[in-house]
Design a protein around this ligand. Sequence first.
Ligand SMILES: Nc1ncnc2c1ncn2[C@@H]1O[C@H](COP(=O)(O)OP(=O)(O)OP(=O)(O)O)[C@@H](O)[C@H]1O
Length: 264
Amino acid sequence: MSEPLLQVRDLVKTFGGRRVLDGVSFDVAPGEVLGLVGESGSGKSTTARCITRLARPDSGQILLGGRDVLAAGRRELRALRADMQMVFQDPYSSLNPRMTVAELIGEPLLVHGLEPDRRRRRARAAELLETVGMSAEHLDRHPRSFSGGQRQRISIARALAVEPRLLICDEPVSSLDVSVQAQVLNLLRDLRERLGLSILFIAHDLAVVYYLCDRVAVMLDGGLAEIGTREQIYGDAAHPYTRSLLDAVPVPDPALARQRPSGL
Ligand SMILES: Nc1ncnc2c1ncn2[C@@H]1O[C@H](COP(=O)(O)OP(=O)(O)OP(=O)(O)O)[C@@H](O)[C@H]1O
């Protein structure tokens, strides 16, 4: 197996003396989509926040492309952050309403010092809009004039602007209607194929994770109950907690998953 893009080792995080992460370890390979599932409060978002250094773990190690995220100084952290971009759950609050689409998508290029020229940023924003299936005609509009699904596409275009190797998507479709969810999931699948992106995909909905992920890590009370391929988890889960999660939501028939691992 190739060297993992992301290595997370023994993450521990406490809030007010309470351990919310208790030794979380996993890898994400180049081009792989890893699903991180578990019920509310199990520690999924805190894990993502530690990886991007929005939160500081008490201990543990995080390597991105072999570079130590937790030890990185300001300059290195900026480069690391360009390599791992986040897409959040709520596209209504994550896009500044006062900015146009061109400004929103171009901003990371400016912040990371990649494209100081406004016209070239705009041209790049137009390309990125098309990459996410939207027309460049929308460049001068503001987020309020778009639907939730379109806003999430804009958020994804913004995340892609700095050409990251890893996207960390924290419940990216949970706030969207089911029909729109499928469109955004298709887009992520397509981007992964086209750009060779790795994705850490956080979700509580196991049907959504089934659709997109190669492997699945199941979080329970700040630790990992189990981690395995999609077929292992959906067809033959080892942990009773995983089985209870699978019982609780409508996911594809596990027998089907066993027989037709790629048959979506
Ligand atoms: N800044 C904080 N201060 C105190 N406690 C926090 C903080 N952030 C998270 N927690 C607690 O840590 C635990 C894990 O939260 P986290 O958001 O990581 O879970 P999650 O699995 O992502 O849940 P959800 O699906 O609801 O987002 C929860 O009990 C939460 O209340």
